[in-house]
Ligand binder design. Structure first.
Ligand SMILES: NC(=O)c1ccc[n+]([C@@H]2O[C@H](COP(=O)([O-])OP(=O)(O)OC[C@H]3O[C@@H](n4cnc5c(N)ncnc54)[C@H](OP(=O)(O)O)[C@@H]3O)[C@@H](O)[C@H]2O)c1
Length: 248
């Protein structure tokens, strides 16, 4: 029976992905900063481990506890909408530490066992905002564009060792906790020069149109995990597929 380890399972895409793999008979190691096993269906195949992707001790402890895994899903992340000029270095560092370096650190901790077995799949959840130039989320886009770059280089490095690497690019998913968490970091709405750009960004985000559901992301992760012919970049959600088509 195959085993998947997923980061950021307390809500949204991570939670839905853990459910999908459990439903399909996999062993699931659902990791969370604050473990809440009760949010997932009880199962002998479920383990919930503590993992903060910004904390090296936490990462190494969780990966040691996890034992053998077949698929790693780097999903933990957050957003902080703010014009570039107003983005504090502290916020920029937090975005990079969680979204980029967190992905790097967990991947580095898992790769030795994948190389040893000449098997394994790394799936990194990035974002479709890396496909389009957009204002107000520049630092978030930078943190995810870096994930794209390191993922694509890693894929070339470990393909000869039997390890597959994929990017999942979700579109806008208003039903997860992402937007609410991001709102707490939002800056610029009261700025004399940036307020109208921030307001324009908010309106464009709220406008009608195709969106992404957590089930789209879980399905894209499932495809990457189970189909050796899956593309290296997988858009998740109707809006993400549209943006991918426009970018090509
Ligand atoms: N929703 C969207 O519109 C959207 C679009 C494209 C890409 N994405 C990306 O998709 C991923 C999942 O987002 P989501 O929409 O499911 O948002 P979400 O509901 O806010 O889930 C984010 C998850 O990441 C976890 N997390 C944050 N910082 C962490 C850390 N330092 N260590 C471990 N876990 C951490 C959160 O845990 P806590 O509960 O402890 O905070 C939560 O479980 C993120 O990487 C996000 O950037 C989201």
């Amino acid at each position: 029976m195959s085993t998947v380890l997923i980061t950021g399972c307390s809500s949204g895409f991570g939670l839905e992905t853990a459910r999908l793999f459990l439903d399909n008979g996999w062993n699931v190691i659902a990791t969370m900063r604050t473990p809440r096993p009760e949010i997932l269906p009880p199962s002998e195949r479920l383990r919930v481990l503590t993992l903060d992707v910004t904390d090296p001790d936490s990462v190494h402890r969780a990966i040691a506890q996890a034992g053998d895994i077949d698929v790693l899903v780097n999903n933990a992340g957050f957003g902080a909408p703010s014009p570039i000029e107003l983005t504090s270095l502290q916020t920029a560092r937090s975005l990079l530490e969680t979204n980029t370096l967190g992905t790097l650190m967990v991947t580095q901790a898992v790769l030795p066992q994948f190389r040893q077995r000449r098997a394994g799949v790394v799936i990194n959840v990035s974002s479709s905002v890396t496909l389009k130039v957009l204002p107000i989320i520049g630092m978030y886009r930078a943190s995810k564009a870096a994930v794209n770059a390191l993922t694509e280089s890693l894929a070339l490095e470990v393909a000869p060792l039997g390890v597959r690497v994929h990017l999942v690019l979700p579109g806008r998913a208003p039903q997860t906790q992402f937007s609410e968490n991001a709102r707490a970091h939002m800056l610029g709405l009261d700025h004399e020069d940036y307020a109208s750009t921030v307001q324009g960004f908010i309106s464009s985000v709220r406008s009608d149109g195709p969106i992404t559901h957590a089930s789209d992301v879980a399905a894209a992760v499932w495809l990457a995990a189970t189909d050796p012919t899956a593309p290296a970049r997988i858009p998740a959600g109707a809006d993400a597929r549209q943006w991918m088509d426009e970018a090509q």
